[in-house]
Design a protein around this ligand. Structure first.
Ligand SMILES: NC(=O)c1ccc[n+]([C@@H]2O[C@H](COP(=O)([O-])OP(=O)(O)OC[C@H]3O[C@@H](n4cnc5c(N)ncnc54)[C@H](OP(=O)(O)O)[C@@H]3O)[C@@H](O)[C@H]2O)c1
Length: 290
């Protein structure tokens, strides 16, 4: 497993991270029920395979299946402190729709479900971030200030936010200097956070702040694969390794989160992460003039 340092958090992290959304959401991306005993048993095999392979970064959120993803990770990681000798980094999120005024209450629920007395990272669970959202998050008494209090108390190691967007409000959140990490939607289809030809993008902004950079949806949450099926059903080539390698090739990406539910998929992704020869020069991919 390739490891790196998660920006100014100083934590050592595996380049591939265990994305927990799929653990708790019914029928997320494919037919699946986290409450079905057979489906659930596979999740624990997947978590064990990740630990065997040295994946040490685990991402979840209170909102994934009303806490079900956190319950699964809490059980699967019970008593686990290390993965292949490296301390695990467990991160969760607080949703601004329900808990903007009481981040502590959300965290307390998360800690109970995760069976832990602290998490390594607490993030604002974001999609787009509007001007009004950023105003609220950064205002006195807002989510950032509440999260900093929890950090000062040691209930969370670091704080961050996630977003699917790449707009001015995201830049402002990054520029505030309050957050240790950012989790960006970045993959072969959504390349705006890292545009080398101009250059611009939230990833460059975050790097300049010394933040840890996490990405979500490396395999595009199935969008790329569905598009291929629609335009050329005869094409059965498996593009997933190339999609994951694209994100891992980015020198600013610390951890590429990939949703994984079974041991078989985890092992496939471990092979991809270990295939250092499969990394590309992204700037060359984006070149327009030769
Ligand atoms: N706003 C936010 O904060 C936010 C939003 C989205 C995602 N995220 C985070 O990012 C993580 C990743 O995103 P995601 O789960 O939406 O999408 P994703 O990682 O793009 O896709 C996950 C799906 O891809 C499949 N897969 C993974 N590796 C594969 C491989 N080698 N070959 C074939 N199929 C493979 C998995 O299949 P199986 O189900 O069969 O294992 C899973 O269903 C999430 O789990 C979550 O932690 C955060």
């Amino acid at each position: 497993m390739e490891y790196t340092t998660l920006g100014r958090t100083g934590a050592t992290v595996s380049r591939i991270g265990f994305g927990g959304a799929a653990l708790g959401l019914t029928n997320y991306l494919e037919t699946f029920d986290p409450h079905d005993a057979a489906d659930r048993a596979k999740l624990f095999e997947g978590i064990d395979a990740a630990l065997d392979g040295g994946i040490n970064y685990f991402d979840t959120a209170a909102a994934y299946g009303k806490g079900e993803s956190e319950r699964v990770l809490g059980e699967g990681l019970k008593g686990v402190t290390h993965s292949a000798g490296v301390p695990i980094v467990l991160s969760t999120k607080v949703h601004p729709k329900q808990f903007a005024d009481n981040v502590r209450a959300s965290l307390e629920g998360s800690l109970e479900r995760l069976q832990r007395d602290r998490v390594d990272l607490l993030q604002i669970h974001g999609d787009t971030i509007t001007v009004a959202d950023a105003d609220r998050f950064l205002a006195p008494g807002g989510m950032a200030e509440q999260m900093l209090e929890l950090k000062a108390e040691g209930l969370v190691g670091n704080i961050g936010f996630s977003t699917e967007d790449n707009n001015d409000s995201v830049y402002r959140m990054i520029g505030s200097g309050l957050f240790d990490t950012v989790q960006l939607c970045y993959n072969f289809l959504f390349q705006h956070p890292y545009e080398t030809s101009r250059p611009f993008g939230s990833m460059f902004e975050a790097e300049a702040q010394g933040m840890g950079i996490l990405t979500m949806r490396a395999p595009t949450s199935g969008t790329f694969q569905r598009w291929i099926e629609m335009v050329n059903p005869a094409n059965t080539f498996d593009y997933t390794p190339a999609l994951i390698q694209f994100v891992l090739s980015n020198p600013l990406v610390d951890v590429a989160l990939v949703g994984m539910r079974t041991a078989e998929i985890v092992r496939r992704n471990l092979e991809i992460a270990d295939d250092l020869g499969g990394r590309l020069d992204i700037a060359t991919v984006q070149e327009r003039y030769v």
